[in-house]
Design a protein around this ligand. Structure first.
Ligand SMILES: [Zn+2]
Length: 413
């Protein structure tokens, strides 16, 4: 069996490690998490790595350089999932790292750096509501107040650590020394339709969009749907509708993405004029300044609409993350490798968050996106092909050799 086939077969095997009776769910610090880690650890060892769990529950494998003092390149992604997930989001990138090492090991290739493959334990943040916990831990950015986060059953993160045999007081020890890191590479399914639309197996990620999220509240006056004339109403839902329309227009005009994904109206009766409406707003761009300018425009629209209609409003920010740029040198290495495989190079932004965001605070990062069917992810219909997987493995392998070459040129000059 070739490597791409084996990789996808292993995705099938991991899909059976789930906390749900039907469908995939692997949440942080659960028996499934530990079982998946043990399976992956076995594959790492079979590929010629030594393997260990860190204090945050991430699984690692190392293909060591002959030079013990050499720096480290990390390749990986995450092994946790959302509920009713697909088989490839995250997992693909971890298993690709293992296949890469297996190939190096079989051909007895010595690298001038340690190659570490990591399976991050909690990228999705499903169980405790805070994402990227595994990668934040190794970046040395664990926040002690996370220890008290609780899951749906009231179990604290610190209790979940203890139940799984980990000590949350030791989680800071998972942090890596950034001066030893060459960088972080991640292969991930695109989770969007762009590569499929361009008929390309892979694409080079230029950066990860920074998201800001808000809760917007419009307050008007509830009233009887039959007795209050139209011109005397303070309908909060109609005002919200107008604002949502403006959000779409502003996003299109400024070439960013903005989404209202949740809305609720009170009192919520079919014969009652809505007196209060709450809706969410998620705004993303790879350009933080542009994103922030559009947010100011949205706030201005909210103010104008509510003033004209005699309503009150409130805007609360609930989340903010800065955009992350991928390393130009790594992007060029990936681009050259893609061209060598006979494909056009397409560069694209990641609208979704990834572990690379957390790693960017300690080392240079790069991501390669692989086409997935219809761009579907976080769903059982997530689908990839053996052929695209094979191309991704070849691109990563060529990129790895190009990195070795560029480091030796650097060393000679
Ligand atoms: Zn993912």
């Amino acid at each position: 069996m070739d490597q791409a086939e084996r990789l996808l077969q292993r995705c099938d095997e991991l899909a059976r490690v789930s906390g749900l009776e039907s469908g995939i769910l692997r949440a942080y610090m659960t028996p499934e998490h530990l079982r998946a880690n043990r399976i992956v650890s076995g594959w790492m060892q079979a590929a010629g790595m030594h393997s260990w769990f860190d204090q945050a529950g991430n699984i690692w494998g190392r293909y060591p350089s002959a030079d013990a003092k050499a720096k480290t390149l990390i390749i990986g992604s995450h092994l946790d999932t959302v509920p009713n997930a697909g088989k490839y989001d995250g997992i693909l990138g971890v298993l690709a790292g293992i296949e890469l090492v297996d190939d190096l090991n079989k051909n007895q290739v010595q690298l001038p750096f340690h190659l570490d493959v990591v399976g991050f334990a909690d990228e999705e943040g499903y169980r405790f509501g805070a994402a990227l916990l595994g990668s934040h831990a190794i970046a040395g950015n664990w926040k002690p107040d996370w220890n008290q986060l609780t899951d749906r059953n009231g179990i604290t993160l610190s209790a979940a650590f203890a139940e799984s045999g980990f000590d949350i007081e030791a989680v800071a020890d998972a942090a890596l020394d950034s001066s030893n890191l060459l960088g972080y590479w991640e292969l991930h399914i695109e989770q969007g339709p762009v590569l499929e639309d361009l008929n390309l197996p892979v694409g080079v990620v230029t950066g990860i969009a920074g998201a800001r999220r808000f809760e917007l509240i419009v307050t008007g006056q509830a009233g009887h749907a039959g007795t209050v004339p139209m011109d005397l109403r303070q309908d909060a839902l109609v005002a919200a509708a107008e604002v949502i329309q403006a959000i779409e227009t502003l996003a299109v005009e400024n070439k960013i993405v903005a989404t209202v994904g949740r809305i609720s109206a009170k009192p919520g009766g079919v014969n009652v004029i809505p007196g209060e409406v709450r809706f969410s707003l998620d705004v993303r761009s790879e350009n933080d300044q542009l994103r922030d300018r559009v947010i100011v425009m949205i706030e201005d629209q909210m103010k104008a609409v509510c003033e004209r209609r005699g309503l009150r409003y409130q805007i609360e920010e609930t989340h903010a993350a800065a955009a992350v740029r991928c390393d130009e040198g790594f992007m060029n290495i990936f681009s050259t490798a893609i061209k060598a495989c006979g494909y056009d190079v397409h560069r694209l932004v990641s609208g979704a968050g990834h572990d690379a965001m957390a790693l960017a605070s300690v080392c240079k990062v790069a991501m390669l996106f692989m086409r997935c069917k219809k761009g579907i992810s976080h769903h059982p219909d997530e689908s990839v092909t053996v052929a695209d997987t094979a191309v991704s493995l070849t691109v990563l392998k060529q990129a790895l050799f190009a990195l070795v070459e560029s480091l030796s040129i650097e060393a000679r000059s």
